[in-house]
Ligand binder design. Sequence first.
Ligand code: MLT
Length: 337
Amino acid sequence: MVLCGCRLAFPSFAMKKLLVAVAAASVWCAQADNFPSRPITLVVPFAAGGPTDRSARDLALALQKPLGTSVILIDNVAGAGGSIGANKVAKAAPNGYTLLFHHISMATMPALVRDIPFKVETDFEFLGMVSDVPMTLVGRTSLPAKNFKELLPWIARTKGRINLGHAGVGSASHLCGLMFQSAIQVDMTTVPYKGTAPAMADLMGGHIDLLCDQTTNTSAHIEAKRVIAYGVTTAKPLSTPALREVPTLQSQGLKGFEVTVWQGLYAPRGTPADVLAKINAALKLALKDPDFVKKQEALGAAVVTDQRVEPAEHRKFVMAELAKWSPILKAAGVYAD
Ligand code: MLT
């Protein structure tokens, strides 16, 4: 009896647990099989209309077909140099329906800001890299310095009374601005925005003096002469028609001045492997979409064609960038906090 009672009591408890586990597993399997069965939200951690937003919207379009969804919503969660948006995704449900499109700041923010609310190494799944985007140092058209040769004497004359815009502490434009100040040994007044879209609007309105921003935001304005281009942040000049006349900052005296803003796709840690695999497969197709490639190249960006599209290589690359930038930023004494 006792044995029998045990037998009856134990299976009923174990069975319940088993049924719960089976139900959970089948929901999980169904999720992975049907994914995506509802709209995906792609978080952009900067203001709408800026370079990150532009690349993310282009990518969202290119991802829709291979992912089999007509809806990828862009959520601009701007502020604190991109860390608010990144943190939102780090804390989101790990189901593939909330993704992050982010850039070099994933590797430079931890060196620039010592107290960020997420850990790049452990809070994200790496889904693959998307593109590499050079930057350009640009100025308002009313500046008396019409080229880089005239810029440094003008900066010296103003005794640093210069407003340099950026997209918040730890952002790419902040990093580039810090590198520029460090390279020429001048402290400027830095003016933070929620993205370089509003910073660019203020530059063109003459409210700030300088901005270092991605070519995906600057090239159209450079071409239309709405800003003065002082230099690109690559080792070699760019071949994009809008930018091919812009000399490198290195060739104009800023030795070793080089920064490229790489962009990548992330999911919250713990997202099921099948879902990650589906997104990565779609990403690989999206990066070969001729429309997507053409749009990025026209703005000076290079779509990733190498191994960094593989999640493991993406992770490896970001970890290497973390290791690369920390000592550079520390040596330059450019902590933001
Ligand atoms: C933006 O999209 O506004 C910029 O990429 C921000 C930045 O400079 O990091």
